[in-house]
Structure formats: structure tokens, C-alpha cells
Design a protein around this ligand. Structure first.
Ligand SMILES: Nc1ncnc2c1ncn2[C@@H]1O[C@H](COP(=O)(O)OP(=O)(O)OP(=O)(O)O)[C@@H](O)[C@H]1O
Ligand SMILES: CC(C)(CO)[C@@H](O)C(=O)NCCC(=O)O
Ligand SMILES: [K+]
Length: 244
């Protein structure tokens, strides 16, 4: 039994796996980390390994209190990954993006893959059919767009996510919702179209906190898998055991 932990920029997600089956999912804040992990390990006494991917400011030390209870694996660039990294700055590539790319490579062999993670940031990661990781894009996520408009202007209110009535926003609120939500959807459809023009065949994996909201609104039909990062973390760990 394995406990996977994804420390994102905003919150922490965790899942307990038995083989490739998820037994339970958890979401919590960074200040609850120790307390929550303790509760999870009490419930799942058979957990033998804890696998972490952290892009947030939570370091390995935060997990060391559990060292006498189970094995801790804090993934870094030094670990083995199932793709060839062609990023020009491989050491600055986010570990979450590496894990997503690993999951895509292992789950969908011998094909082009595009992973879109709609979280705090939107990340795009492309791995070609020869398992070369080529890179992608990073842009502000949905909530970040609402917050940025408010934080860097004098007059724009902080709004929470709402589906715009029209692309022609007829009030301040509607204009913001249109700009944020439609802009977000157009961006992603635009990127997908660009990839389609350059690659005949590829699979798209859509994940992250806004994946389900997004999937319904894209002109391209894509299914969301909100758990893809944690599933990939579990697979990356199995791959590491088999290949270390
Ligand atoms: N309780 C919540 N807290 C924060 N974001 C939420 C929440 N519920 C839904 N969301 C949506 O999820 C998005 C953030 O995604 P996610 O939770 O995957 O981010 P994260 O934890 O920072 O992870 P990552 O850094 O890997 O993107 C926000 O844009 C927001 O619209
Ligand atoms: C882009 C984020 C913030 C997404 O979580 C993360 O992957 C990260 O901090 N990346 C480092 C920069 C890069 O991936 O090139
Ligand atoms: K993300």
C-alpha cells in the first residue's frame, strides 16, 4: 500500500493506492500536513511507502517525522523517469510536470501525448511518440486570473468563478467573467488546435482543479481525469522501483 502526496502551489492532494487502485483521496491545506498524514496512516496501517512530489514550499524535512513508520520518497530531477528530457533547462522543470509526463508516457505508450493541467497555473506538457519530452507552456490558472485582475488594479472586484452569460460582457462583473472564463477556454482550445496542426495523432490528458469545469466548455471533446497526477505519482514510483 502506497501513500502518494502532491504538494501543489495552493493545496495538498493525497491518495492511498493498493497496486493501481485508489482506496481513498484527500485534499488539505499546507498547515494541516502533519496532522492529516498521521490520520491517513492510522487508517491505512499497511502503507509501506510515502511518495511525494512538491512544487510548493514544503520540503523533505516536513515528512521526516514519519521516517520510522514508512519509507519516504521525495521525488527530484535525480530520479529515473521513463522519457528523454529535451527541456533546455531540465533542472528548473517542475517536478509535477515531470510526474505528469511520466504518467502519460507509461499509460499511453508509443503515441504523442499532450498533458494539460488546469491548476493554480495551467501547464502544457508534450511528449512525442518516441518518448521525447519537448516542453510546453505555463500560464495563469483560472483563479489566479480573477485574483490578478483584482490585485493589480484599483477598480476591479475580486470575483469567484461564474459561467459568463455571453462573450460580450455587459457589466463590470460580466466583463470580468467573460475575460477570465472565455479567455481560459479560448487559450486552451487555441493551444490544442496548434498542436493538431503540427501532429496528426495525439492523446490529450486533462487534469487539475479546474479540469471538470473546463472539459464541459471546450470545443474539443476531452475527458477530464482529476486524479491523473496522483495516479502518475504511483506509476512513477513503480517505475523507479523497477528501474533503479
Ligand atoms: N478549495 C479550492 N481551493 C483552491 N482552488 C480550488 C478549490 N476548489 C476548486 N479550485 C480550483 O482549482 C484551481 C487550482 O487547482 P489545483 O487545486 O489543482 O491547484 P494546486 O493545488 O495549486 O495544484 P497545482 O499547483 O498542482 O496546480 C483553481 O483555479 C480553482 O478554480
Ligand atoms: C509551473 C508550476 C508552478 C506548475 O505547478 C511548476 O511546475 C513549477 O514551478 N515549474 C517550474 C518551471 C518549469 O516547469 O519550467
Ligand atoms: K498545475
Amino acid at each position: 500500500m502506497i501513500l502518494t502526496v502532491d504538494v501543489g502551489n495552493t493545496r495538498i492532494k493525497a491518495a492511498v493506492f493498493e497496486g493501481s487502485t485508489v482506496l481513498e483521496n484527500f485534499v488539505f491545506e499546507k498547515n494541516e500536513l502533519e496532522k492529516k498524514i498521521k490520520i491517513i496512516l492510522e487508517k491505512f496501517q499497511n502503507c509501506s511507502d510515502l511518495v511525494v512530489a512538491s512544487v510548493g514550499n514544503v520540503e523533505k524535512q516536513s515528512f521526516l517525522t514519519f521516517e520510522n513508520r514508512l519509507k519516504i520518497h521525495f521525488l527530484t530531477h535525480e530520479d529515473v523517469f521513463p522519457f528523454i528530457n529535451k527541456y533546455a533547462t531540465p533542472k528548473t522543470l517542475g517536478i509535477d510536470r515531470m510526474v505528469l509526463a511520466a504518467g502519460a508516457t507509461l499509460q499511453f505508450p508509443k503515441q504523442n501525448r499532450l498533458v494539460i493541467d488546469a491548476g493554480t497555473c495551467i501547464t502544457y506538457d508534450f511528449i512525442d511518440e518516441n518518448d521525447n519530452y519537448l516542453g510546453g507552456a505555463i500560464s495563469p490558472g483560472l483563479r489566479l486570473r480573477y485574483e490578478a485582475l483584482h490585485n493589480y488594479t484599483a477598480r476591479l472586484p475580486l470575483l469567484t468563478l461564474e459561467t459568463p452569460e455571453s462573450y460580450i460582457g455587459n457589466s463590470t462583473k460580466e466583463a470580468i467573467h467573460s475575460g477570465v472564463v472565455n479567455g481560459f477556454v479560448y487559450e486552451i482550445d487555441g493551444f490544442i488546435d496548434e498542436y493538431r496542426e503540427n501532429f496528426l495523432n495525439f492523446i490529450i490528458i486533462l487534469t487539475g482543479g479546474d479540469a471538470e469545469f473546463l472539459a464541459k466548455r471546450l470545443k474539443n471533446t476531452i475527458f477530464a481525469n482529476s486524479n491523473f497526477l496522483l495516479e502518475s505519482l504511483n506509476q512513477t514510483f513503480q517505475y523507479k522501483i523497477d528501474n533503479d
